[in-house]
Design a protein around this ligand. Structure first.
Ligand SMILES: CC(C)(COP(=O)(O)OP(=O)(O)OC[C@H]1O[C@@H](n2cnc3c(N)ncnc32)[C@H](O)[C@@H]1OP(=O)(O)O)[C@@H](O)C(=O)NCCC(=O)NCCS
Length: 188
């Protein structure tokens, strides 16, 4: 766990943590535009070689639009723990979100960075902070789905202790699409 994450950021006390030049905190409405940008840019950069432009635009429009992200910030509920952001000079450089899908099982639904800011430790900071939130909610296992073959994501999760569990059809497939997701899990 990165230095400094032991104190401060809990589900009930989501104050910002400052680690290196970055702070990680629960997202507020002023972060919606930044979250949308890192997710749409990150998604495009991750999948531009494996997925069509139409597929990428469809996912980005459906999941990373302002209205949806705003609601996900203001109305966290069962199965959704809210968005958390990594900030540098008040700019969003990365975002993570997920929720509990069972009493002791947390899921990471989304984790993206500004694509030019990979491999600086920002993903680890977000993952550590979000894991702390999920552990406080009772998680002893954490799960994530990653597109099969995503070499910009899978090595990161493996380096953080996630182990391959099974393959399944990607949930966003249309009737004529056959993309596969890999499910990974780890103990937390
Ligand atoms: C996945 C992602 C969020 C990780 O964030 P990051 O800031 O780049 O990652 P960090 O710098 O914190 O850590 C990288 C770790 O992964 C490891 N890693 C990364 N790429 C690796 C590779 N190709 N092979 C082996 N290890 C790799 C690094 O060794 C490092 O571990 P270490 O610190 O123990 O050496 C980021 O790279 C990203 O946005 N990827 C594209 C989007 C994506 O795939 N998101 C997940 C979708 S579910």
């Amino acid at each position: 766990m990165a230095a400094g994450l032991e104190e401060g950021l809990t589900y009930s006390n989501p104050t910002a943590l400052v680690v290196g030049g970055f702070s990680v905190q629960r997202a507020h409405l002023q972060h919606v535009e930044g979250i949308s940008k890192v997710c749409t840019d990150g998604y495009r950069s991750t999948y531009k070689e494996s997925h069509s432009k139409e597929y990428i635009d469809r996912i980005n429009n459906e999941f990373y639009n302002f209205d949806r992200i705003s609601k996900e910030i203001t109305e966290p509920g069962d199965g959704w723990d809210g968005w958390f952001v990594a900030l540098e000079n008040n700019e969003v450089v990365g975002a993570i979100g997920g929720g509990m899908f069972d009493q002791n099982k947390g899921e990471i639904y989304v984790l993206y960075l500004d694509p030019n800011r990979r491999d600086e430790g920002i993903g680890t900071l977000l993952l550590d902070a979000f894991t702390k939130v999920q552990k406080e909610k009772g998680a002893t296992e954490q799960w994530v789905s990653v597109a099969k073959g995503n070499q910009k994501g899978i090595p990161f999760y493996e380096a953080r202790g996630f182990v391959f569990h099974n393959e399944q059809d990607s949930f966003a497939n249309n009737h004529d699409e056959q993309f596969i997701s890999n499910r990974y899990r780890r103990k937390v």
